[in-house]
Design a protein around this ligand. Structure first.
Ligand SMILES: Cc1ncc(COP(=O)(O)O)c(C=O)c1O
Length: 428
């Protein structure tokens, strides 16, 4: 099999995500044969350094030996079982461990199988919590420039026009407050106060992406905003949902981004890195108070009846436990500090280039925003193609190039990743 043959076969049948399929008339689709460590290999013998962790999911490399061994162990035992009326040891163990490493008030967990579904669950639960107490609170508040997924509820609280606009007629009504990634923090907090005051008694929850709005061009803000927002939510009596689907599991330098603000959200949504990029899995953690609002006789009709067929998939839970083993045994958060430092050292000087507007970094996420290009030039696409020729796989967001590599990336690979992009920035 060759890349070309597989690409032709693929294009006969498959509609790919987040893709204008016509682009593939000129841009080759790359069939991947295998993965190893931070690299993926195609069918023509090329290898690419996966600098975006395969859409921000991979933490410990492709085909990681330890994770492979744990998945093999589990598959011989049990692959999956219905999660209503039944349970299994990997889910119980995972729940216990996640509760122990997340902020203290988060005591209970609900399983799902992808990030968007976790957001739907947090939104629905926050709405139903109030409904169960006789209050109708049908408004959700999020931040400008936010992204929370593609299902209808998640899209409704998102603010990235590119993905949302076309569906605006059929989405839930939500309100977006100013984002601290776009305006000064005080202004953003003031705006949130105003929004919550205006809709007082009708807002169920506020949902944010702590510290980094990833799909929103990797825009970043400070932990102090989250602290301020926590106080405002408490004053107004609305829930705070932290969407750590992209930033959880060490991405921002701490295990969870909220830790840097020293607060606990009422709901914490996790996915992506939870299985190190192996299996679809997501969880929502919440407080005992929220759990209790649904706990009553069945006939009272206050149960949370959300379900997904693959909820709490056994293999996915076993893999997530393996991922937590690696965090614990290999002191990943401490080890990443040197890599974070190196990325910073190598990218900061790029700000001196004429076509670079800003370099920003939060932990293992680093973005280089370009300037001086017309949107029609599709500069990000051009840079992606040039980098690919050098064995570097990046996927710029418009004119924002970013790195979000797996934690197994070596210092030499970090130098190569940034060196290649630097070289390209001099010629485009
Ligand atoms: C912050 C955030 N929330 C939610 C999602 C949606 O997750 P999924 O793609 O698994 O549905 C994403 C995906 O990129 C995300 O970055």
């Amino acid at each position: 099999m060759t890349n070309k043959k597989l690409m032709q076969e693929d294009l006969k049948y498959i509609f790919h995500p987040c893709t204008q399929m016509k682009d593939h008339e000129t841009i080759p689709l790359i069939p991947i044969k295998k993965g190893e460590g931070a690299y993926i290999y195609d069918f023509d013998g090329n290898r690419y350094l996966d600098c975006i962790s395969s859409w921000w999911v991979n933490l410990f490399g492709h085909s990681n030996k330890y994770i492979n061994s744990k998945i093999k162990e589990q598959i011989e035992q049990l692959e999956h079982v219905i999660f209503a009326g039944f349970t299994h040891e990997p889910a119980i163990r995972l729940a216990k461990r996640l509760v122990s490493i997340t902020p203290e008030p988060l005591k209970k967990i609900f399983f799902a199988d992808n990030g968007s579904s976790a957001i739907e669950i947090a939104l629905k639960m926050s709405f139903q919590y109030f409904k169960n107490r006789g209050e109708k609170r049908a408004i959700f508040v999020s931040l400008q420039n936010s992204y929370h997924g593609e299902t209808m509820g998640a899209l409704a609280v998102s603010d990235t026009g590119l993905y949302k606009e076309v569906y605006s007629d059929i989405l839930l009504k939500t309100v977006q407050a100013k984002s601290p990634s776009l305006v000064p923090e005080d202004e953003a907090l003031d705006d949130m106060r105003k929004v919550l005051k205006k809709h007082r008694g009708r807002v169920a929850s506020v949902v944010i992406e702590p510290l980094v709005q990833c799909a929103g061009s990797m825009k970043m803000y400070n932990p102090s905003y989250i602290k301020g927002l926590r106080d405002i939510c408490d004053e107004e009596g609305v829930f705070l949902i932290a969407d750590e689907i992209a930033v959880g599991f060490g991405r921002t330098g701490s295990m969870f981004a909220c830790e840097q603000a020293g607060i606990s959200p009422d709901f914490l949504c996790l996915s992506k890195g939870i299985t190190g990029g192996y299996m679809p899995l997501s969880v929502v953690l919440f407080t005992d108070d929220i759990y209790d609002a649904f706990y009553c006789d069945y006939s009272e009709g206050k149960s949370f009846l959300d379900s997904h067929s693959y909820t709490g998939n056994t293999l996915a839970c076993a893999v997530a436990n393996a991922v937590l083993d690696i965090f614990e045994n290999e002191h990943i958060i401490e080890k990443n500090r040197e890599k974070i430092e190196l990325i910073s050292e190598l990218t900061k000087p790029l700000e001196a280039l004429e076509n670079v507007k800003e370099v920003r970094q939060r932990g293992m996420i680093c973005a280089i925003e370009l300037q001086g290009y017309d949107a029609k030039q599709r500069i990000g696409l051009k840079i992606f193609q040039e980098a690919l020729k050098e064995g570097i796989y990046i996927r710029p967001l418009g004119d924002v190039i970013y790195f979000m590599p797996p934690y197994v990336i070596t210092n030499d690979e970090i130098r190569k990743m940034i060196g290649v992009v630097e070289k390209i920035l001099h010629i485009v």
